[in-house]
Write a new protein. Structure first.
Length: 737
C-alpha cells in the first residue's frame, strides 16, 4: 500500500519533470506529449486504483484521484510549469487526449450494456422497479430545484439555467451500477435475494438514467426547451428503443453469428462489436439523441447474443479497463479544480450538494424498497447501495462541461460529490448487508449455486456436434440435444450430408432439446431459452470441419459416427482424427442394444460409474443432466479396486467414508435438479468387468463414463475405458473433460 502511494506521488512529479527536461523538438511534438499523457494517466491510475481496492474502495476512485493529482488541484498548484508541460493548455493538444477520453465513454457504456441482465429485472421487478422509480424521482427533483436556486456565477448563461438544472437533477439521481456490482460481488452477496434486488435496481437506474441523459443532452444541443424539442427528443428516443429491441435485436444476433461462424481472422467478433457500437452511436446522434444511448443499447443487444463467449467479453473488458478507463477518469479528475474548495462559499456548496444527493437518494430508495415489500433492514441496505454515483455522474458531468451547459466550478462540485458518495457507499453497504438474515429458501438456493459453481456442465455454453447418418450419429445428436436443452445452449451440427436422410439426426436433436427443457418454475429460476441449432456440411471431411470450427468458442464436442470401434481394438481412426482436431472436452457416443435400431428410444436407464476422480465426477454430472432431461432415474456406481492383500480395519473404514462422501456429492448435485438417484458400491479387481456386470444385472441401457484423454497418435481413454468399449453390449457415452 505504501509502495503504491509513493510510486504514484513520484510519477506525478517525475514524469512532468522529464517532459520539462526533454528536448524542445520532442516536447513540442504533439505525438510525444500525447503518448506521455496516456502513459502517465494509465500508470498513476493503475497504482492508485490498486491502492483503493486494497482499502475496500472501487478502483475508479483511484483513477479519478490520479487525475486530481496531475491536474490543477495538486500538481498545477505546487508546480504549474510541470503540469503545463505534461498537459499544455493548447486546444489542439487537448483535443487529441479528449478524443481518446470520449471514445472511452462509449466503451464504458458498451460494457455497461453488455453486463445488463434484464432477466434479473424480470424476476424481481416489483421491488426493483419501486426502488428505482422512487430512488430516481426524489433526488432528481431535489437536484432540479437546487439548479433553479444556484448562484448566477455557477450557471454558464442565464438562458441555460433550466438545462443546467436538468443536468444537476440527473447527476444526483442515478446510481453507478458498476460500483454497486463490485461491492455486492466482493461481499459474496450477488446471489442473495437482496443482492439481486440491489443489482436489478442499479441496472434500472442506469438504463432509465441514460434515457434521461439522452433526452437532456438533445435539449442542451438545441439550446432551449420547448414542446417541439421535448417531443422530438422523446419520440426519437422511443422509436430508437423500439426498433433496437425488435428488429435490431435479430439483426445484431445474426451478424454476430455470421461473423463468428464464417470469419477466420483474429478477433473478428470484437471488430464487429466495435462497429455495431459505432453504428448505433452515430444513429442516435443523427436523430438528435446523444451517442451514449446508442453505445449503451448496443451493449445490451450484444450482451444478449446467445453465442457471445466469455473470452470475447474478457477481451473487450481488458482493453477498456487497461486503456480507456484510466484515460477517461484521469482526464475527468484532471479537469476538476478542487482548489476552489478553499473558498468557504464553494466548500459550503459542495457539502450541501453531497448532503442533498445522499439524503435524496437514500430516502427515495428506502421508501421505494419499503413500498415494494422489503423489510426495514433490507430497505436500509438498498438506500445505502444506491448512494454510489461513481462513473455515471462523472460521464454526465464531463458531457455537460463539453457542451457548455455546466461551468468549470459546477463541474468540479459534481465530480467531488460523485467521489465522496462513492467512497461512503462501500462501508455503509457492508455494515447494512451483514445485518440482513438468510432465509431457508435463500439458503437452499445458494447451496445449489455453490454446487454448480464447481461443476462441469454449468460451465458449458455452446456445443459442437460431429455426426454422420448412422444410428451412432443419431444417438449422439439426441444426447447432445438433451444436454443442450437443460440449459438452452446453442448447438452447431456438422453432418456429412445435410440433405435427407441425414436431416434425421438434426430432427432428433431438436426434438430432444425441446423435450429436455425444464418446465417453468418459480420466478427466481426462469426457464432456459429454446436451443438454437445450426447445421453445416462436412464436405471437406469430418476432421477438417471440426478443426475449422474448433476456434469459434465451443465448450464440448459430441462425436457420433459409425464405426466407433476400430478393427484391432480401441477407437476407429476417423474418430481419433476428429477428436484430435478439438482441444477442449469431448464426448464419444456408441449406440448398442435397443439404441442400435432406434436411436431416439426415450426410455434411457443410465448408469454412471465413479471412482472419486474429477473426470468421473464430470461424467456423473453429464449423466445427471441426461436423467434430468428425460425425467428418468439414475444409478451411480462407485467402483473400488479390490486389493489382493488384507487391509487393517482403520484403512477399510477410511475407504468406506471416502466412498460415502463421493456418492453424497453426486446425490447432492442430482437433488438440486430433482433427479432420483440410486447408489451402489462394487469392489472388483477389474473395474470394467464390474461396470458391465452391474449394467447387465440392473438392465441399464446407457453407461456414461467420465474419462481422461491419454497422449498419443490415437484416441485413448485408458485401460478401463478400452475394456468397456471392447466388451460392452450396451450404449456408452465417454465424456473426456
Amino acid at each position: 500500500m505504501r509502495l503504491a502511494v509513493r510510486s504514484a506521488a513520484v510519477l506525478a512529479t517525475a514524469v512532468p519533470a522529464v517532459a520539462c527536461a526533454a528536448s524542445p523538438a520532442a516536447a513540442d511534438s504533439s505525438e510525444f506529449v500525447l503518448l506521455a499523457q496516456i502513459a502517465v494517466l494509465i500508470l498513476v491510475g493503475r497504482l492508485l486504483g490498486e491502492l483503493m481496492q486494497r482499502i475496500g474502495q472501487p478502483g475508479v476512485i483511484g483513477q479519478l484521484l490520479g487525475g486530481v493529482l496531475l491536474g490543477p488541484s495538486f500538481l498545477g498548484f505546487f508546480w504549474p510549469a510541470a503540469q503545463h508541460a505534461l498537459f499544455p493548455p493548447n486546444p489542439r493538444q487537448m483535443s487529441m487526449i479528449n478524443a481518446i477520453a470520449q471514445l472511452g465513454i462509449l466503451m464504458l457504456l458498451l460494457l455497461a450494456g453488455m453486463e445488463t441482465d434484464f432477466g434479473l429485472i424480470k424476476r424481481i421487478r416489483r421491488a426493483a422497479l419501486s426502488t428505482s422509480v422512487s430512488g430516481i424521482a426524489l433526488p432528481f427533483v431535489c437536484g432540479f430545484l437546487l439548479g433553479e436556486w444556484l448562484p448566477a456565477a455557477l450557471v454558464p448563461q442565464p438562458q441555460y439555467r433550466l438545462i443546467t438544472a436538468l443536468f444537476l437533477g440527473t447527476a444526483l439521481s442515478i446510481s453507478s451500477v458498476k460500483v454497486v456490482a463490485v461491492v455486492v460481488r466482493e461481499m459474496n452477496f450477488a446471489r442473495r435475494n437482496l443482492g439481486q434486488i440491489i443489482l436489478a435496481t442499479a441496472i434500472i437506474d442506469d438504463t432509465v438514467g441514460w434515457i434521461i441523459i439522452a433526452v437532456t443532452l438533445s435539449l442542451a444541443a438545441r439550446g432551449r426547451v420547448d414542446l417541439h424539442s421535448v417531443g422530438a427528443s422523446v419520440l426519437g428516443t422511443v422509436l430508437f428503443l423500439i426498433v433496437s429491441f425488435t428488429l435490431g435485436r435479430r439483426v445484431v444476433f445474426a451478424l454476430i453469428r455470421f461473423t463468428n461462424d464464417h470469419f477466420v481472422s483474429d478477433a473478428a467478433v470484437v471488430t464487429l462489436i466495435l462497429l455495431l457500437m459505432a453504428g448505433m452511436a452515430l444513429t442516435t446522434q443523427l436523430i438528435g439523441v446523444h451517442t451514449v444511448l446508442g453505445a449503451f443499447v448496443a451493449g445490451i443487444l450484444i450482451g444478449e447474443s446467445p453465442i457471445l463467449t466469455r473470452e470475447i467479453g474478457e477481451q473487450l473488458g481488458g482493453l477498456t479497463t487497461a486503456l480507456f478507463m484510466p484515460v477517461f477518469f484521469g482526464m475527468a479528475g484532471l479537469t476538476a479544480d478542487l482548489t476552489i474548495l478553499r473558498q468557504p462559499d464553494f466548500l459550503v456548496l459542495a457539502l450541501g450538494l453531497i448532503l442533498i444527493a445522499s439524503v435524496g437518494k437514500f430516502s427515495g430508495a428506502f421508501a421505494g424498497a419499503y413500498w415494494g415489500g422489503l423489510t426495514r433492514r433490507e430497505a436500509l441496505a438498498l438506500g445505502c447501495a444506491m448512494n454510489a454515483r461513481g462513473a455515471t455522474e462523472v460521464i454526465v458531468a464531463s458531457i455537460g462541461l463539453s457542451m457548455g451547459v455546466l461551468t468549470q466550478n459546477l463541474y468540479t462540485l459534481i465530480v467531488t460529490m460523485a467521489m465522496i458518495t462513492t467512497m461512503i457507499m462501500p462501508p455503509t453497504l457492508r455494515w447494512t448487508l451483514n445485518r440482513v438474515p438468510l432465509s431457508p429458501e435463500e439458503k437452499a438456493r445458494l447451496e445449489k449455486e455453490e454446487v454448480e459453481s464447481r461443476g462441469f456442465v454449468p460451465e458449458l455454453e455452446r456445443l459442437l456436434v460431429a455426426v454422420d447418418d448412422s444410428m451412432n450419429g443419431t444417438f449422439a445428436a439426441r444426447l447432445a440435444g438433451l444436454i443442450a436443452g437443460t440449459r438452452g445452449m446453442p448447438v452447431t451440427m456438422l453432418q456429412e450430408d445435410i440433405e435427407a436422410p441425414a436431416r434425421r439426426a438434426e430432427s432428433v436433436l431438436k426434438g430432444a432439446a425441446a423435450a429436455g427443457r425444464p418446465p417453468e418454475r418459480a420466478a427466481a429460476e426462469p426457464r432456459p431459452p429454446a436451443v438454437d441449432v445450426t447445421t453445416r456440411s462436412q464436405s471437406a471431411g469430418p476432421a477438417a470441419a471440426v478443426a475449422l470450427e474448433a476456434h469459434r468458442g465451443y465448450d464440448l464436442l459430441m462425436i457420433g459416427r459409425d464405426p466407433v470401434r476400430g478393427g484391432d481394438g480401441g477407437f476407429d481412426d476417423e474418430v481419433s482424427r476428429i477428436a484430435a482436431a478439438f482441444t477442449g472436452p469431448i464426448a464419444v457416443a456408441l449406440a448398442l442394444g435397443a439404441h442400435a435400431h432406434d436411436a431416439s428410444c426415450a426410455n434411457l436407464n443410465i448408469l454412471a460409474p465413479i471412482t472419486g476422480s474429477e473426470v468421473s465426477r464430470h461424467g456423473a454430472e453429464v449423466a445427471v443432466a441426461l436423467a434430468r432431461a428425460t425425467r428418468r432415474p439414475l444409478t451411480v456406481l462407485y467402483v473400488a479396486a479390490q486389493s489382493r492383500r488384507a487391509r487393517p480395519l482403520a484403512i477399510l473404514g477410511a475407504q468406506r467414508r471416502e466412498q460415502e462422501a463421493v456418492l453424497k456429492d453426486i446425490v447432492k448435485i442430482a437433488d438440486q435438479y430433482g433427479v432420483h438417484v440410486r447408489t451402489a458400491v462394487t469392489v472388483h479387481t477389474t473395474p470394467a468387468k464390474a461396470i458391465l456386470e452391474h449394467a447387465r444385472r440392473s438392465r441399464q441401457n446407457l453407461i456414461v463414463l467420465g474419462v481422461s484423454r491419454r497422449p498419443g497418435p490415437t484416441l485413448s481413454f485408458g485401460d478401463v475405458a478400452a475394456s468397456v468399449l471392447e466388451n460392452t453390449e450396451r450404449s456408452v457415452l465417454f465424456v473426456a473433460s
